[in-house]
Design a protein around this ligand. Structure first.
Ligand code: ACO
Length: 320
């Protein structure tokens, strides 16, 4: 008998405003050609003034609930993966809970930057298997535009805003659901990618600082391990993977991971070109897009992976 956390629905939301590489190069010493060649990004969505992380997450959550056929009152756990909460506290997940009209269970934020969704999915799975909750909303939502230095070409071109969500339900004797997760942190990389502000340090929000080439090297190596190790742990062959649903930081990083798995590009979900790096939102955004356009179907075996500041990285293996 297997109790598994089964994905019943997915949803996502992107803000209306789109900023292309060409528009960015009007104010920044950069070019469309440089950005597309080094990252695969050509545009990003940016939240409107007054549009918060919780607003984006709420819409993604509503869409995921609608797809699942469940009602807000069925939800008894909400985990919001974000590094850009509306306020320092309380948790933005509480705001989403209230706006959805959920009055039971619990809601909290989880921060692991770009690996936030992988970590939140693993957390939700553990809680559901323990019986601490029955039905979970796991949301990745970010307004990365609010922590960018728009005059810094080395970071401003890389990120975007957005949200994605899944509804998970604990089911007994399930033949599908989350098979397992692998989470890793190496805090010795803390200074390679960080935001130079915070309540305890500067009492300001700060902006993203990154040693790009250092992060790139670490991402390629550690993601290769994260995807191969999780398959080994669960006795699954590379050929059994139907879809790689990666965090969308950089197309070159994704290509390197797919190559390690021997996966053709036709089995990789790419959204980075039009969405850039939406941090914790990028995996559920990619998942929702591929579910809605019919590529990912019930029964497919999918592998999610992400690498982030911290360093924090990991993977989830899921039978849809
Ligand atoms: N436009 C034009 N030129 C640029 C730009 C730009 N936007 N940005 C940097 N350059 C210049 C640099 O100044 C440098 O110029 P120089 O040679 O005259 O000094 C040159 O381009 C090369 O710079 P590098 O940083 O070496 O370029 P690289 O090929 O490494 O690409 C990039 C940079 C795209 C940032 C890459 O390092 C990368 O993707 N790193 C990983 C980023 C990542 O994955 N972040 C995800 C984690 S996100 C999270 O956790 C929040």
């Amino acid at each position: 008998m297997t109790r598994r956390s089964v994905i019943l629905g997915t949803g996502s939301y992107l803000p209306e405003r789109i900023i292309t590489n060409h528009e960015l190069s009007e104010t920044l010493d950069t070019s469309h050609d440089w950005i597309i060649e080094r990252t695969g990004i050509s545009a990003r969505h940016i939240a409107a003034p007054g549009e918060y992380t919780s607003d984006l997450g709420l819409i993604a959550a509503q869409r995921a609930l609608e797809a699942s056929g469940l009602e807000p009152q069925d939800v008894d756990m909400i985990i919001l993966a974000t590094s850009t909460p509306d306020h320092t506290f309380p948790q933005s997940a509480a705001r989403i809970q209230a706006k959805l009209g959920v009055t039971q269970g619990f809601a909290f934020d989880q921060a692991a930057v770009c690996s936030g969704f992988v970590f939140a999915l693993a957390t939700a799975d553990a809680y559901l298997k323990q019986g601490m909750a029955k039905t979970a909303l796991v949301i990745g939502s970010e307004t990365m535009s609010r922590i960018l230095n728009w005059n810094d070409r080395t970071t401003a071109v890389l990120f975007g805003d957005g949200a994605g969500a899944v509804v998970l339900q604990a089911q007994e004797q399930a033949t599908r659901g989350i098979i397992g997760s692998l989470l890793r942190t190496d805090g010795s990389g803390y200074d390679d990618l960080y935001v130079n502000g915070g309540p305890s340090s500067t009492q300001t929000t700060g902006t993203i600082q990154m040693k790009g080439p250092e992060v790139f090297r670490n991402a390629v190596t550690r993601l290769g391990e994260a995807v191969q190790d999780i398959l080994k742990i669960h006795g699954i062959a590379q050929e059994e993977i139907d879809w790689l649903v990666p965090h969308q930081a950089n197309k070159r990083i994704i290509d390197a991971t797919a190559k390690k798995l021997g996966l053709p590009d036709s089995k990789v979900i790419h959204t980075g070109e039009t969405q850039a790096n939406t941090s914790a939102a990028s995996i559920p955004l990619a998942l929702d897009q591929a579910v809605r356009d019919g590529r990912i179907k019930q029964g497919d075996l999918i592998l999610c992976e992400a690498f982030a500041g911290g360093y924090a990285w990991g993977s989830n293996l899921i039978r849809m």
